[in-house]
Design a protein around this ligand. Structure first.
Ligand SMILES: Nc1ncnc2c1ncn2[C@@H]1O[C@H](COP(=O)(O)OP(=O)(O)OP(=O)(O)O)[C@@H](O)[C@H]1O
Ligand SMILES: [Mg+2]
Length: 340
């Protein structure tokens, strides 16, 4: 029997302080502390995020060990998000892990946050088989990637402007909904009538696998501005539903066309917007007609968490990667880009 690998994951790229322990692909603990300090500002304030991480990182780490029933000396490796994200937020996690490694001698590896999102699909069975197509949809990214084997990524399409999660958050804001708006818009959309208005589907006729969300956001803004206050209130759920219909249709149609073009039968979805109810329903249903299998992480692993970072780090450590004490924070690193 081969030795099980016990990995600690640390995630501090934005406004979630998270620590997780996994044993091979089994999650033993996944502690997430969401910073509430940003609520009053309607968005993440970078300095406040760094300070909140600094305050929380050690207690969250200890809670992750306690919940898992694992002690520090049992760890075989540490995975830490080193980018992309807010530089000051990333530095807290990276520096914590360097200190922990210095004190214990445990090897560590820097992980790309987006690679972590991809690996959220490998935390539970069944998971996709290689080669597969991955639709990455989050607050900062909207990409289609062909994944032939572990840790290899071929980008075939991306957004030319806003990310889809960003569009959800901006539409929520202009409708006066609280931040982060994605889940709020989704909730309202489920009881709205999407046929109130037809919003444009970004790059609908384009032969590429690129996305565009800025036109859709502007169309929602223009529509809302010509309504009276009462009309706006009465149709809030309908506006959300119409926006959601356009936003998700773009994702589903491009993803299925890409799967056909690249002859891939397994499709995985990753990132915060993978939690969206319409995306989960529409992609699953329409993929069946094309005999594709679709994989969504369970909701708890869609948005930022350290279990996904630990899982990606496990794969990196197994492949022989490790970082040294010169590891830095890389705020705009791309998926697949080499980490020093
Ligand atoms: N049910 C939902 N429907 C639509 N959007 C959602 C839903 N749940 C979360 N989101 C969106 O997902 C995004 C957060 O996802 P995530 O935490 O992966 O992004 P991020 O870490 O900020 O960005 P990135 O991963 O690109 O660095 C937000 O934009 C949020 O509004
Ligand atoms: Mg994220």
């Amino acid at each position: 029997m081969t030795h099980m690998m016990t990995i600690l994951g640390i995630e501090t790229s934005c406004d979630e302080t998270s620590a997780a322990i996994i044993q091979d692909d089994k999650v033993l603990s996944n502690i997430i502390s969401s910073q509430s300090v940003h609520l009053q500002f309607g968005g993440v304030v970078p300095e406040l995020a760094s300070r909140a991480h600094l305050k929380k990182i050690i207690p969250i780490y200890q809670e992750a060990l306690d919940t898992a029933g694992v002690s520090q000396h049992q760890l075989d490796g540490i995975a830490v998000t080193c980018g992309p994200g807010l530089v000051g937020a990333l530095l807290v996690g990276v520096n914590f892990v360097k200190g922990l490694s210095l004190a214990t001698g445990i090897p560590f590896v820097g992980v790309n946050h987006i690679e972590g999102h991809v690996y959220s699909n490998f935390l539970e069975a069944p998971h996709p088989r290689f080669p597969f197509l991955c639709l990455i949809v989050s607050g900062g990214h909207t990409q289609l990637v062909v994944i032939k084997e572990h840790l290899t990524y071929r980008l075939i399409g991306k957004t030319r402007d806003d990310a889809v999660g960003e569009a959800y958050d901006k539409v929520a804001k202009l409708l006066g909904l609280p931040y982060p708006g994605g889940p709020e818009v989704d909730k309202l959309a489920q009881r709205g009538n999407p046929s109130l208005v037809k919003f444009p589907i970004g790059l609908e006729k384009s032969k590429t696998f690129d996305f565009s969300y800025s036109g859709l956001k502007t169309a929602v803004l223009n529509f809302v501005q010509q309504l009276s206050e009462e009309e706006r209130k009465a149709h809030l759920a309908d506006i959300c539903a119409a926006f959601q219909q356009a936003a998700i249709t773009a994702l589903v149609s491009k993803t299925l066309r890409a799967a056909k073009t690249y002859q891939l039968t397994d499709i995985a979805v990753a990132g915060g917007v993978a939690a969206n109810s319409l995306l989960r329903k529409m992609l699953t249903e329409e993929a069946q007609n094309q005999h594709c299998r679709v994989f969504f992480p369970s909701i708890q692993y869609c948005t930022d968490n350290a279990a996904m970072i630990a899982r990606a780090g496990l794969e990196r450590l197994k492949a022989g990667y490790s970082s040294n004490f010169s590891l830095n924070a890389y705020p705009s690193i791309q998926l697949g880009e080499e980490i020093q």
